[in-house]
Design a binder for this molecule. Structure first.
Ligand code: SF4
Ligand code: SF4
Length: 86
């Protein structure tokens, strides 16, 4: 599937262990990435500073669901189940 424009669920729900510009220690689950704009777009999209884990995370129906709210729920469940999504 194509990434849903203005979703940003995967930039909030999961923890990210690698450094993000502005968040040198990554981020905890449920914390909004500082690079996520108010309209839920990545401020680093297409830039070399974008973390590799973010570039590698591809939209998939099983994870992204059909709405942003569903994606938050699914990603939260994955985070709790696996301890780490990315
Ligand atoms: S959760 Fe899926 S649809 Fe939403 S921004 Fe991330 S990749 Fe795109
Ligand atoms: S760097 Fe961009 S893609 Fe990665 S979590 Fe932050 S806003 Fe999302």
């Amino acid at each position: 599937m194509n990434c849903r424009a203005g979703c940003g669920a995967c930039c909030i729900a999961p923890s990210i262990s690698s450094p993000i510009p502005g968040m040198p220690h990554g981020k905890a689950a449920g914390v909004r990435c500082v690079q996520l704009s108010d309209d839920n777009h990545c401020g680093l999209f297409g830039k070399p500073e974008r973390p590799a884990v973010c570039s590698a995370f591809l939209a998939e129906a099983d994870v992204c669901g059909s709405t942003r709210e569903e994606a938050i729920r699914l990603l939260d469940w994955l985070e709790r189940s696996t301890g780490l999504v990315r």
